[in-house]
Write a protein that binds this ligand. Structure first.
Ligand code: SF4
Ligand code: SF4
Length: 258
Protein backbone atom coordinates (compact mmCIF):
# COMPACT_ATOMS: atom_id res chain seq x y z
CA UNK A 1 0.00 0.00 0.00
CA UNK A 2 2.81 2.36 0.93
CA UNK A 3 4.42 1.70 -2.45
CA UNK A 4 1.10 2.49 -4.15
CA UNK A 5 0.72 5.77 -2.31
CA UNK A 6 4.12 7.05 -3.25
CA UNK A 7 3.92 5.79 -6.84
CA UNK A 8 3.05 9.14 -8.29
CA UNK A 9 6.18 10.74 -6.92
CA UNK A 10 8.60 7.85 -7.09
CA UNK A 11 11.72 8.23 -9.11
CA UNK A 12 13.57 5.12 -10.16
CA UNK A 13 16.98 6.49 -9.53
CA UNK A 14 17.92 7.84 -6.15
CA UNK A 15 20.27 10.81 -6.27
CA UNK A 16 22.82 10.58 -3.39
CA UNK A 17 24.29 13.98 -4.27
CA UNK A 18 20.88 15.59 -3.92
CA UNK A 19 20.31 13.82 -0.61
CA UNK A 20 23.58 15.17 0.75
CA UNK A 21 22.92 18.64 -0.66
CA UNK A 22 19.70 18.59 1.34
CA UNK A 23 21.18 17.08 4.51
CA UNK A 24 24.53 18.83 4.89
CA UNK A 25 23.33 22.40 5.43
CA UNK A 26 20.79 21.12 7.97
CA UNK A 27 23.49 19.47 10.05
CA UNK A 28 24.25 22.55 12.10
CA UNK A 29 25.01 22.38 15.82
CA UNK A 30 21.45 21.62 16.91
CA UNK A 31 20.62 18.69 14.61
CA UNK A 32 24.14 17.30 14.78
CA UNK A 33 24.04 17.30 18.56
CA UNK A 34 20.65 15.59 18.61
CA UNK A 35 21.84 12.89 16.23
CA UNK A 36 24.98 12.26 18.27
CA UNK A 37 23.98 12.54 21.92
CA UNK A 38 21.09 10.07 22.15
CA UNK A 39 22.08 7.58 24.88
CA UNK A 40 19.29 5.16 23.92
CA UNK A 41 18.07 5.31 27.49
CA UNK A 42 14.56 4.50 26.31
CA UNK A 43 12.87 7.11 28.49
CA UNK A 44 10.97 8.38 25.46
CA UNK A 45 9.54 4.92 24.69
CA UNK A 46 6.23 4.92 26.51
CA UNK A 47 5.56 8.58 25.81
CA UNK A 48 4.82 7.56 22.21
CA UNK A 49 1.28 6.43 21.44
CA UNK A 50 2.58 4.29 18.55
CA UNK A 51 4.84 2.42 21.00
CA UNK A 52 1.93 1.92 23.39
CA UNK A 53 -0.49 0.92 20.65
CA UNK A 54 2.00 -1.71 19.42
CA UNK A 55 2.34 -3.27 22.88
CA UNK A 56 5.84 -2.08 23.48
CA UNK A 57 7.32 -3.03 20.11
CA UNK A 58 10.91 -1.76 20.37
CA UNK A 59 10.84 -0.61 16.73
CA UNK A 60 8.34 2.03 17.82
CA UNK A 61 10.71 3.68 20.31
CA UNK A 62 11.04 7.29 19.12
CA UNK A 63 14.84 7.34 19.06
CA UNK A 64 14.88 4.20 16.91
CA UNK A 65 12.71 5.83 14.25
CA UNK A 66 15.34 8.44 13.44
CA UNK A 67 18.26 5.98 13.20
CA UNK A 68 18.23 6.51 9.43
CA UNK A 69 19.79 9.97 9.61
CA UNK A 70 23.04 8.71 11.06
CA UNK A 71 23.05 5.82 8.62
CA UNK A 72 22.40 7.97 5.56
CA UNK A 73 25.12 10.42 6.61
CA UNK A 74 27.56 7.53 7.07
CA UNK A 75 26.68 6.15 3.63
CA UNK A 76 27.01 9.64 2.13
CA UNK A 77 23.49 9.40 0.74
CA UNK A 78 24.21 6.19 -1.21
CA UNK A 79 21.00 4.34 -0.46
CA UNK A 80 18.50 2.71 -2.77
CA UNK A 81 14.75 3.12 -3.20
CA UNK A 82 13.96 0.05 -1.13
CA UNK A 83 15.86 1.59 1.75
CA UNK A 84 14.03 4.91 1.35
CA UNK A 85 10.72 3.02 1.23
CA UNK A 86 11.48 1.70 4.72
CA UNK A 87 12.25 5.27 5.83
CA UNK A 88 8.95 6.35 4.26
CA UNK A 89 6.95 3.75 6.16
CA UNK A 90 8.57 4.77 9.42
CA UNK A 91 8.21 8.53 9.10
CA UNK A 92 4.67 8.51 7.73
CA UNK A 93 3.11 5.51 9.46
CA UNK A 94 4.92 5.35 12.80
CA UNK A 95 5.08 8.99 13.86
CA UNK A 96 2.66 11.89 13.60
CA UNK A 97 5.20 14.44 14.88
CA UNK A 98 3.24 15.16 18.08
CA UNK A 99 6.52 15.96 19.95
CA UNK A 100 5.40 14.23 23.12
CA UNK A 101 8.67 12.30 23.32
CA UNK A 102 10.64 15.57 23.23
CA UNK A 103 9.04 16.66 26.50
CA UNK A 104 10.37 13.56 28.23
CA UNK A 105 13.83 13.26 26.70
CA UNK A 106 16.36 14.40 29.33
CA UNK A 107 18.42 15.96 26.51
CA UNK A 108 15.50 17.63 24.78
CA UNK A 109 16.13 15.74 21.55
CA UNK A 110 13.34 16.79 19.20
CA UNK A 111 12.44 13.54 17.46
CA UNK A 112 9.58 15.19 15.56
CA UNK A 113 11.93 17.69 13.94
CA UNK A 114 14.26 14.85 13.00
CA UNK A 115 11.30 13.00 11.48
CA UNK A 116 10.42 16.17 9.58
CA UNK A 117 14.00 16.28 8.30
CA UNK A 118 13.63 12.73 6.99
CA UNK A 119 10.31 13.61 5.34
CA UNK A 120 12.02 16.54 3.64
CA UNK A 121 14.83 14.24 2.49
CA UNK A 122 12.29 11.83 0.97
CA UNK A 123 10.58 14.73 -0.76
CA UNK A 124 13.82 15.58 -2.58
CA UNK A 125 13.51 12.09 -4.12
CA UNK A 126 9.85 12.58 -5.03
CA UNK A 127 8.57 10.45 -2.17
CA UNK A 128 5.54 11.74 -0.28
CA UNK A 129 1.87 10.73 0.06
CA UNK A 130 0.08 11.33 -3.22
CA UNK A 131 -2.59 13.59 -1.70
CA UNK A 132 0.06 15.89 -0.28
CA UNK A 133 2.01 16.00 -3.54
CA UNK A 134 -1.18 17.05 -5.33
CA UNK A 135 -1.92 19.72 -2.74
CA UNK A 136 1.60 21.10 -3.11
CA UNK A 137 1.23 21.29 -6.89
CA UNK A 138 -1.99 23.23 -6.32
CA UNK A 139 -0.30 25.61 -3.86
CA UNK A 140 2.46 26.33 -6.35
CA UNK A 141 0.03 26.91 -9.18
CA UNK A 142 -2.74 28.85 -7.42
CA UNK A 143 -1.62 29.64 -3.85
CA UNK A 144 -4.23 27.34 -2.30
CA UNK A 145 -4.46 23.60 -1.76
CA UNK A 146 -7.78 23.16 -3.65
CA UNK A 147 -6.64 24.99 -6.82
CA UNK A 148 -9.46 27.54 -6.59
CA UNK A 149 -8.96 30.45 -8.98
CA UNK A 150 -8.96 34.03 -7.65
CA UNK A 151 -12.15 34.60 -9.60
CA UNK A 152 -13.97 31.62 -8.07
CA UNK A 153 -12.81 32.57 -4.58
CA UNK A 154 -14.22 36.10 -4.91
CA UNK A 155 -17.45 34.79 -6.45
CA UNK A 156 -17.88 32.34 -3.58
CA UNK A 157 -17.40 35.10 -1.00
CA UNK A 158 -19.94 37.30 -2.81
CA UNK A 159 -22.38 34.39 -2.91
CA UNK A 160 -21.85 33.73 0.82
CA UNK A 161 -22.60 37.39 1.50
CA UNK A 162 -25.84 37.29 -0.52
CA UNK A 163 -27.02 34.09 1.13
CA UNK A 164 -26.27 35.31 4.66
CA UNK A 165 -27.76 38.75 4.10
CA UNK A 166 -31.16 37.03 3.81
CA UNK A 167 -30.84 36.22 7.48
CA UNK A 168 -28.98 39.27 8.76
CA UNK A 169 -29.76 42.52 7.00
CA UNK A 170 -26.84 44.73 5.94
CA UNK A 171 -24.38 41.88 6.47
CA UNK A 172 -21.25 42.42 4.39
CA UNK A 173 -18.18 40.31 3.77
CA UNK A 174 -15.69 43.05 2.95
CA UNK A 175 -13.16 42.06 0.31
CA UNK A 176 -9.78 43.86 0.27
CA UNK A 177 -10.87 46.50 2.76
CA UNK A 178 -7.79 48.59 3.43
CA UNK A 179 -7.09 49.43 7.07
CA UNK A 180 -9.52 46.83 8.49
CA UNK A 181 -8.62 45.57 11.95
CA UNK A 182 -8.68 41.87 11.04
CA UNK A 183 -7.77 40.03 7.85
CA UNK A 184 -9.63 36.74 7.95
CA UNK A 185 -8.21 33.63 6.26
CA UNK A 186 -9.79 30.20 5.77
CA UNK A 187 -9.02 26.58 5.06
CA UNK A 188 -9.36 26.25 1.26
CA UNK A 189 -11.73 23.33 1.80
CA UNK A 190 -14.29 25.83 3.12
CA UNK A 191 -15.01 27.68 -0.15
CA UNK A 192 -14.83 24.32 -1.95
CA UNK A 193 -16.95 22.11 0.32
CA UNK A 194 -18.15 24.01 3.40
CA UNK A 195 -19.11 27.60 2.46
CA UNK A 196 -21.57 27.54 5.36
CA UNK A 197 -18.53 27.87 7.67
CA UNK A 198 -17.66 31.18 6.01
CA UNK A 199 -21.26 32.31 6.41
CA UNK A 200 -21.31 31.44 10.12
CA UNK A 201 -18.12 33.39 10.71
CA UNK A 202 -19.53 36.34 8.76
CA UNK A 203 -22.55 36.34 11.08
CA UNK A 204 -20.34 36.36 14.18
CA UNK A 205 -18.21 39.24 12.85
CA UNK A 206 -21.36 41.14 11.86
CA UNK A 207 -23.09 40.73 15.21
CA UNK A 208 -19.87 41.59 17.06
CA UNK A 209 -19.51 44.74 14.94
CA UNK A 210 -15.99 43.67 13.93
CA UNK A 211 -13.96 45.56 11.36
CA UNK A 212 -12.74 42.75 9.12
CA UNK A 213 -11.90 41.79 5.58
CA UNK A 214 -10.79 38.91 3.37
CA UNK A 215 -8.09 39.27 0.73
CA UNK A 216 -8.99 38.60 -2.90
CA UNK A 217 -5.53 37.36 -3.86
CA UNK A 218 -3.50 34.30 -2.69
CA UNK A 219 -2.80 34.40 1.01
CA UNK A 220 -6.38 33.61 2.06
CA UNK A 221 -5.77 29.83 2.41
CA UNK A 222 -4.29 29.35 5.87
CA UNK A 223 -3.43 25.66 5.47
CA UNK A 224 0.18 24.72 4.95
CA UNK A 225 0.26 21.05 4.00
CA UNK A 226 3.73 21.41 2.51
CA UNK A 227 5.01 21.51 6.09
CA UNK A 228 4.02 17.85 6.49
CA UNK A 229 6.38 16.70 3.76
CA UNK A 230 9.21 19.01 4.80
CA UNK A 231 8.87 21.16 1.65
CA UNK A 232 10.12 24.31 3.31
CA UNK A 233 10.25 26.39 0.10
CA UNK A 234 6.50 26.02 -0.49
CA UNK A 235 5.76 26.49 3.21
CA UNK A 236 7.68 29.76 3.13
CA UNK A 237 5.90 30.94 0.00
CA UNK A 238 2.49 30.36 1.64
CA UNK A 239 3.34 32.24 4.81
CA UNK A 240 4.81 35.07 2.74
CA UNK A 241 1.63 35.28 0.63
CA UNK A 242 -0.47 35.79 3.76
CA UNK A 243 1.86 38.41 5.25
CA UNK A 244 2.11 40.20 1.92
CA UNK A 245 -1.70 40.53 1.74
CA UNK A 246 -1.83 41.72 5.37
CA UNK A 247 0.78 44.39 4.66
CA UNK A 248 -0.96 45.53 1.48
CA UNK A 249 -4.27 45.80 3.31
CA UNK A 250 -2.59 47.44 6.33
CA UNK A 251 -4.55 45.30 8.78
CA UNK A 252 -3.72 45.00 12.48
CA UNK A 253 -4.21 41.27 12.85
CA UNK A 254 -4.53 38.07 10.84
CA UNK A 255 -7.17 35.59 12.01
CA UNK A 256 -7.06 31.95 10.94
CA UNK A 257 -9.70 29.27 11.16
CA UNK A 258 -7.72 26.30 12.43
S1 SF4 B 1 14.85 9.81 25.86
FE1 SF4 B 1 16.22 11.02 24.58
S2 SF4 B 1 18.25 10.16 24.97
FE2 SF4 B 1 16.77 8.66 25.73
S3 SF4 B 1 16.43 7.26 23.97
FE3 SF4 B 1 14.85 8.84 23.84
S4 SF4 B 1 15.75 10.39 22.47
FE4 SF4 B 1 17.46 9.10 23.16
S1 SF4 C 1 6.79 12.73 17.93
FE1 SF4 C 1 6.54 10.74 16.92
S2 SF4 C 1 7.90 9.39 17.98
FE2 SF4 C 1 7.59 11.17 19.33
S3 SF4 C 1 5.85 10.63 20.64
FE3 SF4 C 1 5.00 11.70 18.88
S4 SF4 C 1 4.47 10.08 17.44
FE4 SF4 C 1 5.88 9.17 18.93
Amino acid sequence: MAEEETKRGLVDKIDPAEIMTFLRPKMGARFKTWVEICTHCGMCANTCHFYNAHEGNSQMIPSYKVRFIRDILRKKGKVDRKYLQKVYETVYYECNMCRRCTLFCPFGIDIALLISLLRGLLFTQGMAPEGLIRAIENYKRTGNQMAISDEDWVETIEWCEEETADELQDLKIPIDKKGARIMYTVNAREPKFYPQDIMEVAKIFHVAGEDWTVPSKPGWDDTNLSMFVGDLATSKMLVENTFKRAEELEVEKIAITE
